[in-house]
Write a protein that binds this ligand. Structure first.
Ligand SMILES: C=C1C[C@]23C[C@@]1(O)CC[C@H]2[C@@]12CC[C@H](O)[C@@](C)(C(=O)O1)[C@H]2[C@@H]3C(=O)O
Ligand SMILES: O=C(O)CCC(=O)C(=O)O
Ligand SMILES: [Fe+2]
Length: 383
């Protein structure tokens, strides 16, 4: 087993960075003994640094769905969701100026003094967060703003201040546009799945009560990492998104990776003009596992700042979630016990980022199904 050494450092002097201490474990440091450059902080036991495999991060072609091509869209959406649970959307109609306006407003916020930003946190679960993700011990090299955009009254206090009016305006324009994109993609998906009504999926996430969450992530550069080859920093650890669909837009800084079905990781080339869609756990349930929620993470090389904005389209708290009957073949059993979105969220918030949040809702396989599976395995092995 590979041993790892520890380097704890402080980068609080970086112009845009606010992260303090992390621990490195890398092949580069194999020969080094423990080097402590700064006073350890509460996060110094967390290994955020990963040795990088020397393969090209872009050795896989991400499926592209061109929204201006209504003929090919439905089937290409379904294929991408079956193969990967992830795709890139072009010609989505969102103006580049709206995307860059929100990006610059987000950067303005993240450039404020730490003490100012801290007044908008800690996230519980909404608000400003720094390095800590969720409340169960996950950490990453990032700071973020998390908003519940389902109801205007749940916006954080700092956004109601006149000095935040541009950010508030950018957020409201952008999230409204994202709501329309999610609705359109889900209708095209229903067309591709050949199910009726067309809004069978979209109606879950576009109504008044739907649970809509929005996230602005800022991954600051990490100057002390520069020059360390083959190392990367965990910005956001691996996970699946809980909702139906998530729509991500980032600046042109790399870092996002997705897991293929065989568990290998591939880098997603950044493209600030496009949107990236993740299948979430809920869509996996609605399709009875035909679509899988995609595991993804953000690793950064510490060189430049990454800004991402993600819209998470979820159902209403009381919505009962089960595979859509229109998608079930004759005799097909649901893989999941029925549950409400409220029940799923309550359970999800007790989990760590990397956990499989659907496992508690999986149905126990019937004896006959288990027997059948064993027989199939036996057949594959010995025939
Ligand atoms: C560790 C956690 C953070 C998270 C809530 C959770 O307990 C497990 C799911 C996490 C996640 C991942 C996708 C989204 O970024 C997020 C907002 C969500 O809905 O589920 C986060 C949650 C969070 O950051 O609060
Ligand atoms: O910042 C990114 O690019 C991805 C972040 C993410 O997966 C999330 O916030 O759920
Ligand atoms: Fe995510």
């Amino acid at each position: 087993m590979q041993s790892s050494q520890t380097l704890t450092f402080n980068s609080s002097s970086s112009s845009s960075g606010t992260c303090s201490s992390i621990v490195l474990s890398s092949p580069v440091l194999q020969e080094a003994s423990m080097v402590v450059l700064a006073k350890p902080s509460s996060l110094n036991q967390t290994s955020l640094l990963k040795p990088q495999k020397p393969t090209s991060p872009y050795n896989y072609t991400i499926p592209i769905v061109d929204l201006s091509d209504p003929i090919s869209c439905p089937s290409s959406i379904v294929k991408a969701c079956e193969d990967l649970g992830f795709f890139k959307v072009t010609n989505h109609g969102i103006s580049p100026s709206l995307m860059s306006f929100l990006e610059s407003e987000a950067l303005k916020f993240f450039s404020l003094p730490q003490s100012h930003k801290d007044t908008a946190g800690p996230p519980s679960p909404f608000g400003y967060g720094n390095k800590k993700i969720g409340s169960n011990g996950d950490v990453g090299w990032l700071e973020y703003l998390l908003f519940n955009i389902s109801s205007p009254t749940s916006l954080p206090l700092f956004l109601t201040h006149p000095s935040s009016s541009s950010l508030r305006f950018a957020l409201s324009e952008y999230t409204a546009a994202m709501g329309r994109v999610v609705g359109e993609v889900l209708e095209l998906m229903a067309d591709g799945l050949k199910i009726k009504p067309r809004d069978a999926l979209s109606k879950l996430v576009v109504n008044e009560e739907s649970d809509k969450v929005f996230r602005l992530n800022h991954y600051p550069p990490c100057p002390l990492l520069q020059g360390l080859n083959n190392c990367s920093l965990t910005g956001f650890g691996e996970h699946t998104d809980p909702q139906v669909l998530s729509v991500l837009r980032s600046n042109n800084t790399a870092g996002l990776q997705i897991a293929l079905r065989d568990g290998s990781w591939v880098g997603v080339p950044p493209d600030q003009d496009s949107l990236f869609i993740n299948v979430g756990d809920t869509l996996q349930v609605l399709t009875n596992g035909r679509f899988k929620s995609v595991r993804h993470r953000v690793l950064s090389n510490g060189l430049s700042s990454r800004v991402s904005m993600i819209y998470f389209g979820g159902p209403a708290p009381g919505e009962r979630l089960a595979p859509l009957p229109q998608l079930m073949r004759e005799g097909e059993q649901s893989l999941y016990k029925e549950f409400t979105w409220f029940e799923y969220k309550t359970s999800a918030y007790k989990t760590r980022l990397a956990d499989n949040r659907l496992s508690v809702f999986e149905r126990e396989k019937k004896r006959s199904e288990k027997g059948q599976q064993l027989q199939e395995k036996h057949h594959q092995l010995f025939v």
